[in-house]
Design a protein around this ligand. Structure first.
Ligand SMILES: Cc1cc2nc3c(=O)[nH]c(=O)nc-3n(C[C@H](O)[C@H](O)[C@H](O)COP(=O)(O)OP(=O)(O)OC[C@H]3O[C@@H](n4cnc5c(N)ncnc54)[C@H](O)[C@@H]3O)c2cc1C
Length: 462
């Protein structure tokens, strides 16, 4: 775009406007770069709301596409700049503005890295539960914009449940602040939560007020080894129906444990086909009661092994390995595609059974399933031992089958990663024409010129 960089350098300091080919390439996609890249015309790193507002006013006037970006860890192509234009890198807006212990809330800028926020609130005896496994890198703005979740979802819910208020710059540059510092409000349409999960298509989130909880006094980890994948799925349903609500309950197939064993010493025994990695939190007495209940259920079900891990260091190793499982599996394969179909909890065993059946029919790719099983947020993933067109075709066909299966069980095409452009067609399957039309009308009301993150959520031309 002719003259774009020159114009942008009038709005923010010139060193924060990037147009070198290396920079444009680095900002051309999120963590799904191996599927598709875009090509921005410029990357801008604003430092405050005023700058974001000036940039959007300019983009609105000149009809330049704008793609907001946090850390680019998204798994659905959300911040891939499909139509070029400006990528707004929000990481320079990385200040924690305040932590209010008495109101149990915090004010943050959008570019704060999640793990830094966890540490800061923990220092004050407080707790912010959402824990997407990319937490060392991803930003709170990205989390809000995708309604990110993570293993804590089973007990504590997702990012959206912690958003009390936002500051948002609209496409024409005006600044609004829906919500506030109260934990609930009945003041008209809930714009705060309309932006939560909007994937940068309605405006740029510059600040957020987030709800905090008291830090649970203690934790204990348990590892359940199951004879079959179906048994693991059933154990999850039984534990939850039995009234125990673990803080985290992660479902891991043998393949995942084999990958984690690259990090764990001594390695876990891999005689089971599936494992449940469970975190219990609360007072010591509450934890003991939960552990007893889980032990009873698992023994009745005849699982191969259940172990409550007393050594905190050992438990931490398992959770670190779990957080890094994506990278570890990728080190063993050439490529991976991660889906995040979620199903109702009681349909997990059926979902897992059908996935197993599908997996047994494949010859070019490997279909695995792991995930935050406690809230039905399963992650069917396709792994490529070799990348070639046969493998790509087989992968595409099986992904479509997996998504259809999830929907037929009453699930959703995305439990936590968002739609981006990868799942645009699937969103259509889930919502149907009438709801998609409504979404488009909402988008038009906020973004009449269609400059915000174009090409996302639905397929253009439909
Ligand atoms: C190894 C790995 C593990 C992961 N584990 C999980 C997990 O357990 N749970 C989970 O939910 N996700 C997980 N993810 C996905 C990803 O980390 C989340 O979607 C995260 O919320 C993205 O944050 P980000 O800052 O990287 O956002 P980006 O990827 O930069 O952007 C994501 C979307 O948000 C929009 N956006 C970003 N910032 C703003 C803003 N300030 N205003 C408006 N829109 C904005 C972008 O336009 C884009 O549409 C994982 C990813 C990886 C690579």
């Amino acid at each position: 775009m002719k003259g774009l960089a020159k114009d942008l350098k009038r709005l923010v300091a010139s060193e924060r406007v990037r147009t070198d080919p290396e920079d444009l390439f680095a900002y051309s996609a999120d963590a799904t770069y191996y599927i598709k890249r875009g090509r921005p015309d410029a990357v801008v790193l604003p430092e405050n709301t005023k700058e974001v507002s000036a940039l959007l006013k300019y983009a609105f006037h000149h009809a330049v596409p704008v793609t907001p970006r946090g850390a680019g860890t998204g798994l659905s192509g959300g911040c891939t700049p499909l139509r070029g234009g400006i990528v707004l890198d929000m990481k320079r807006m990385g200040r924690i503005l305040d932590i209010n212990r008495r109101n149990m809330s915090a004010g943050v800028e959008a570019g704060v890295v999640l793990a830094d926020f966890h540490k800061a609130v923990k220092k004050q005896g407080l707790f912010y539960p959402p824990n997407p496994q990319s937490m060392n890198v991803c930003t709170l703005g990205g989390n809000v914009a995708t309604r990110a979740c993570g293993p804590h979802g089973v007990k504590y819910g997702a990012t959206g449940d912690y958003v009390m208020g936002l500051e948002v710059v609209l496409p024409d540059g005006s600044v609004i602040a829906p919500g506030g510092l109260v934990s609930r409000s009945s003041a008209g349409y809930d714009l705060t939560h309309l932006f939560t999960g909007s994937e940068g298509t309605l405006g740029v989130i510059t600040k957020a007020n987030l709800r905090l909880l008291a830090l649970p006094p203690a934790h204990r980890t348990a590892m359940v080894t199951c004879e079959t994948i179906e048994q693991a799925g059933e154990a999850v349903s039984e534990i939850l129906a039995g009234g125990t609500l673990p803080a985290m309950i992660e479902f891991l197939p043998r393949m995942a444990i084999a990958a984690m064993n690259r990090y764990i010493t001594p390695p876990l025994v891999t005689e089971g086909k599936a494992y449940l990695l469970i975190d219990l939190d609360g007072t010591r007495d509450e934890i003991q009661a939960q552990a007893d209940q889980i032990l009873g259920i698992c023994r009745r079900m005849g699982v191969l092994d259940i172990r409550v891990i007393e050594d905190e260091q050992e438990a931490a190793t398992y959770w670190t390995a779990r957080s890094n499982i994506g990278g570890m599996l990728l080190a063993m394969m050439k490529k991976a595609i991660n889906e995040d179909v979620a199903v109702p909890r009681d349909r997990i065993p059926e979902f897992v059974r059908e996935i197993q059946a599908m997996a047994s029919t494949l010859s070019r790719v490997v279909l695995g399933i792991a995930g935050h099983a406690g809230d039905g947020n399963m992650h069917p993933s396709i792994f490529f031992p070799e990348v070639n067109s046969d493998a790509e075709n087989e992968a595409e066909a099986v992904i479509r089958k997996v998504v259809r299966l999830g929907l037929s069980l009453g699930g959703t095409v995305s439990g936590e990663h968002g739609i981006g452009f990868h799942k645009a067609e699937f969103l259509h399957w889930e919502l149907g024409e009438v709801q998609i039309r409504l979404l488009k009308r909402i988008k038009k009301a906020f973004d009449p010129k269609g400059i915000m993150n174009p090409g996302k959520l639905w397929k253009e031309g439909r």
